[in-house]
Ligand binder design. Structure first.
Ligand SMILES: Cc1cc2nc3c(=O)[nH]c(=O)nc-3n(C[C@H](O)[C@H](O)[C@H](O)COP(=O)(O)OP(=O)(O)OC[C@H]3O[C@@H](n4cnc5c(N)ncnc54)[C@H](O)[C@@H]3O)c2cc1C
Length: 381
């Protein structure tokens, strides 16, 4: 039986970024069901940080995270990200939505410009000309392309340097409360912990159920991505991450002359090893070919991953009032990487009941926004 201070369930970006932050305060073990960290959502992201998703709180968390993504604190390790422009394209009838997005970019002091459809075409030359495809756009020069593998490995290194560890192939199968401690059965053996952290992504409600804790209503939603060859003889690596305002699609360079695209689908799913469905693959191929001059002759590969949302689409971080030492760290939605530095600091402050970070308070980001009760109450209504 292994006794630890903090046992974290889930070796994705959520579990590992929090583990790296708190391992300095007491022995910390991360249990991951799969044979490697980042097998589920965290291994399936398209790895961009931008201001085109979420509401005020998500965008503020993104802004508070960008400095750490561009230059991670600590040692001399390489940045987790490089600048890569984001182009938000709008049809003529979407001027209001573009106005709102412009306001967001201005509010966060982004290095951006509002440009015409013709100017957008110079950035993404395969865009079809015309207001029905792109009337106007916003180009954000400060968006980031993230190195998600480096992020996971960096956090793992910090965790180990602080004396903690990640155990893979360690699926948690039973959780009980025994003499003021959590008794956890896993494929890697039994553990006892003072504090249990639920960072199980799409499985977060299942873990709550196992522990006898009230669920949140975390909804996993499937998103599909395809990869295909760009036009021969053209360097696509500098093409911007290009996203329609509202429903539609996004497209971005993958590397090796290839492009990635997604229909930005959000199909409710059970927690599972998500796989792409034919209809979603056909939908994205069709949308790309409608809006651009790119022919998609062959799809090199495709994948799907589950983005997990609380009912109000904000992360759930904290101890429920009625369950001591069961800490929620879930509901990272479609922004789990780009907000991870801020979320890990929030997790540390709430878990250890330490001083609330001043930059969060100054940005009007408060603990109650993340409290588990806000969703648990709604579910019982
Ligand atoms: C297609 C796609 C594109 C995305 N693009 C971006 C992007 O550009 N930028 C961005 O910031 N975010 C993006 N995201 C979102 C981001 O990937 C997620 O927010 C993030 O990965 C969530 O991390 P997580 O650790 O909560 O979940 P996960 O990575 O799913 O980790 C949860 C872990 O818990 C483990 N687990 C579950 N049950 C158990 C158990 N019983 N015992 C032990 N372990 C268990 C699972 O095996 C899993 O590894 C994207 C997501 C998808 C799917």
């Amino acid at each position: 039986m292994c006794e630890v201070e903090t046992l974290i369930i889930g070796g994705g970006i959520a579990g590992l970024s929090l583990a790296a932050q708190i391992a300095r305060h007491g022995e910390t073990i991360v249990l991951e069901a799969e044979s490697a960290p980042g097998y589920h959502a965290s291994g399936r992201s398209v790895a961009i940080a931008h201001f085109g998703l979420g509401e005020r709180v998500v965008r503020t968390l993104t802004a508070l995270s960008l400095p750490d993504l561009a230059a991670p604190p600590g040692d001399e390790r390489a940045p987790y990200a490089v600048k890569h422009p984001a182009l938000h394209i709008a049809r003529s009838e979407q001027a209001h939505e573009l106005d709102a997005l412009e306001e967001v970019h201005r509010a966060f002091g982004c290095d951006f410009a509002r440009i015409s459809g013709e100017e957008a075409l110079t950035l993404l030359p395969v865009l079809r000309a015309g207001p029905e495809f792109c009337h106007e756009a916003i180009v954000d020069h400060g968006a980031l392309k993230l190195d998600t593998d480096a992020m996971l490995q960096g956090h793992l290194k910090d965790l180990r340097m602080a004396g903690g560890n990640l155990l893979t192939g360690a699926r948690v199968t039973a959780i009980e409360r025994e003499s003021g401690r959590w008794a956890v059965q896993s494929a890697a053996g039994p553990f006892r912990a003072k504090r249990l952290v639920n960072a199980a992504g799409a499985w977060a409600d299942e873990i709550a159920d196992l522990a006898g804790v009230r669920k949140i209503g975390i909804e996993p939603r499937r998103r599909t991505v395809i990869s295909f060859g760009g036009p021969g003889g053209v360097d696509v690596s500098l093409w911007p991450f290009t996203k329609t305002v509202g429903a539609g699609f996004y497209i971005l360079p993958e590397g090796n002359g290839r492009l990635l695209a997604s229909p930005m689908d959000e199909h409710a799913s059970t927690p599972c090893d998500a796989a792409p469905e034919e209809l979603d693959i056909a939908t994205i191929a069709d949308r790309v070919q409608q809006a651009t001059t790119l022919p998609i002759r062959r799809i090199a590969h495709s994948w799907a991953g589950l983005r997990s949302f609380a009912p109000d689409e904000l992360p759930v971080i904290g101890y429920p009032q009625d369950t001591p030492n069961f800490f929620w760290f879930a509901g990272q939605g479609g922004y789990g990487f780009q907000t991870s530095p801020a979320l890990a600091r929030i997790g540390e402050a709430l878990m250890l009941d330490s001083e609330w970070p001043r930059d969060m308070a100054a940005a009007d980001v408060h603990p109650k926004l993340f409290a588990p009760e806000r969703c648990q109450v709604r579910i019982s209504e």
